[in-house]
Design a protein around this ligand. Structure first.
Ligand code: NDP
Ligand code: 8X3
Length: 264
């Protein structure tokens, strides 16, 4: 959209899946004059994505930044570390997130509980607090977009997902409170909740076991990361008075977190 022209967009978790697809989609949609700050822990992967984008979208400037959102010190240094031409962030896409395991209480590993909350909840909140002062400094009480990637899991808890679901419910609650808190500004607070998307998500859930991850998608047709990326970019490209506040996206054969039609 022409409305995205000249914008600076920061994406967390841009090295894979939905975050990477979102970076590519912003560049495809607005190839003329856009600045993309791509963050994640895998900096080498981000550099490859930056080169790919700059290869097809000559007018897009890409800045890869190594950022572990679960590390409060790294997040605190994020804005100071940005070069001047990338400092005026307009759109924040809080996408970094993960699930570890399918264990049920009382057998959930303490480390998994910690990493899920530190990444999906505290990480998202800390990044938001780091960027929000930039937004609030603008006229009319502030402008800018905060787009949080939640999940169907935040609306509907399921067995074996208690911690992950709790983290996404926390994202939902934080997002809704923030939208209320910022009501006197022009800042848009947005949540996009995917259903099943095939990414590295399940590989991470099963601690790198690709066979187990593959089984999750057997007999179903999951969404692709591009499907979500299109919604993120569409949402960001609306007229400033239009807030697509809350979106739930399923693949055709999914109707709830665990209601899926499987072909056998
Ligand atoms: P992927 O595993 O493919 O991507 C996750 C991204 O998050 C990676 O880029 C990873 O980068 C990043 N990440 C993980 N931990 C951290 C961290 N501590 N600091 C910074 N970045 C981190 O999964 P998806 O693309 O599927 O996941 C993206 C978001 O979408 C998540 O919030 C997930 O919960 C949500 N979601 C996914 C669904 C699905 O079915 N796939 C459905 C609903 C929501 P790196 O490892 O380089 O740090
Ligand atoms: C990921 C969707 O339902 O597989 O957020 O946990 S689910």
């Amino acid at each position: 959209s022409q409305r995205l022209k000249g914008k600076t967009i920061l994406i967390t978790g841009a090295s894979s899946g939905i975050g990477k697809a979102t970076a590519l989609e912003f560049a495809r949609t607005s190839p003329e004059d856009l600045k993309l700050i791509l963050t994640a822990r895998r900096i080498d992967t981000l550099k490859e994505i930056a080169a790919e984008i700059e290869g097809f979208a000559k007018g897009v400037k890409v800045l890869p930044v190594k950022l572990d959102v679960s590390n409060p010190k790294e997040v605190a240094g994020l804005v100071d570390g940005l070069p001047a031409e990338f400092k005026e962030v307009d759109v924040l896409v809080n996408n970094a997130g993960l699930v570890k395991g399918v264990a049920q209480a009382p057998s959930i590993a303490a480390e998994d509980i910690d990493v899920m909350f530190a990444t999906n909840v505290t990480g998202l909140i800390n990044v938001t607090q780091a960027i929000l002062p930039i937004f609030k400094n603008r006229p009319d009480g502030g402008r800018g977009d905060i787009i949080n990637i939640g999940s169907i899991a935040g609306r509907e808890p399921y067995q074996g997902g208690s911690i992950y679901c709790a983290t996404k419910a926390a994202v939902r609650s934080f997002t809704d409170a923030l939208r209320r808190e910022l009501i006197a500004s022009r800042i848009r607070v947005i949540e996009i909740d995917p259903g099943q998307v095939e990414t590295e998500f399940s590989v991470v859930r099963f601690y790198g076991d690709k066979d187990k991850a593959k089984k999750v998608y057997e007999g179903v047709e999951p969404l692709t990361p591009d499907d979500i990326a299109e919604v993120v970019v569409f949402t960001a490209g609306r007229r400033e008075n239009v807030v697509i506040a809350d979106t739930l996206i399923f693949p055709n054969h999914q109707a709830a977190a665990t209601v899926m039609h499987r072909k056998t």
